[in-house]
Ligand binder design. Structure first.
Ligand SMILES: NC(=O)c1ccc[n+]([C@@H]2O[C@H](COP(=O)([O-])OP(=O)(O)OC[C@H]3O[C@@H](n4cnc5c(N)ncnc54)[C@H](OP(=O)(O)O)[C@@H]3O)[C@@H](O)[C@H]2O)c1
Length: 243
């Protein structure tokens, strides 16, 4: 495919890394200069252009801009009706993408995560998820959503990632203060939590980790009593309310 990227920031760069080996021609916008230069140095099929030139040489276009800046940046640009646009922008409905990119077709909203650069990552998709599957499905898992309401709810719930990592990092620090090799301790905890979650659904895992009086049950009960569950529910409600 002839692919263009307007807004070559953190997440769009990861997306380009993830598909650069698939034989596409990829044109990226000059900004941000460091990321676009690095992508074109690392991949001979990635070239750097001004925004309009990116559009002129592309059939599928990724928008990796901040949503509040997108209208002003896209307004002076000319899209074609045969182009398909995939927006990476959170909190920017497909209808708004269509207005900003007309007469191109606003094909899909995709919320990827940085791991898409290496593959093996989940990504949320709404709209033409067949196109997302074609581009990313071989190495990543596209979770096709049924409405923008679902996308908004997933956007809130995915924020559990950072507090989960914080918890593992804190446990690794606690462990590291008691052992010789801090890095080995953290690697163990990451492998333990990551492989457990990949191997089973949450209800089965929790049941398996519920040995009466066992370490897991005692720590979980302590955290529940300390308000962890309530804090998570309140935090998610707040994200949903304030988005
Ligand atoms: N980060 C994530 O994990 C993630 C995940 C899913 C979705 N998203 C969404 O992806 C979007 C970008 O997020 P990000 O974290 O990648 O932010 P970011 O790194 O700040 O990317 C935004 C990019 O837009 C560029 N830009 C600004 N003005 C431009 C212009 N006139 N022409 C072309 N490019 C221009 C910026 O370039 P300069 O650096 O030169 O200003 C920057 O590279 C957001 O809407 C966010 O909601 C992010």
């Amino acid at each position: 495919m002839r692919i263009g990227v307007i807004g070559t920031g953190t997440i769009a760069s990861a997306v380009v890394e993830g598909i650069a080996g698939d034989g596409h021609h990829i044109a990226v916008s000059r900004r941000s200069a460091v990321q676009s230069a690095r992508l074109s140095e690392d991949h001979e099929n990635v070239t750097v252009h001004d925004n309009q030139a990116v559009l002129d040489r592309s059939d599928v276009i990724f928008l990796g801009l901040m949503a509040n800046a997108a209208a002003e940046i896209l307004d002076p640009l000319t899209f074609r009706s045969d182009q398909r646009v995939i927006s990476l922008m959170a909190d920017c409905p497909l209808e708004r993408v269509a207005q900003m990119a007309r007469p191109a077709r606003a094909a899909a909203v995709m919320i990827p995560f940085p791991g898409i650069a290496q593959g093996g990552s989940p990504a949320l998709g709404y709209g033409d998820t067949d196109l997302l599957q074609e581009l990313f499905g071989a190495r990543n898992t596209i979770f096709a959503l049924k409405s923008e309401g679902e996308l908004a709810a997933y956007n809130c719930a995915q924020a559990v990632l950072s507090p989960s990592i914080r918890m593992v990092a804190d446990a690794a620090d606690w462990l590291g203060a008691r052992i010789e090799d801090h890095a080995q301790g953290e690697a163990f905890l990451r492998a333990l939590v990551g492989s457990s979650l990949m191997g089973s659904d949450c209800a089965t895992l929790l049941a398996a980790l519920d040995t009466p009086g066992g370490y897991n049950q005692r720590l979980r009960n302590h955290m529940d009593r300390a308000g962890m569950n309530a804090a998570l529910a309140t935090g998610l409600d707040r994200l949903e309310r304030d988005k």
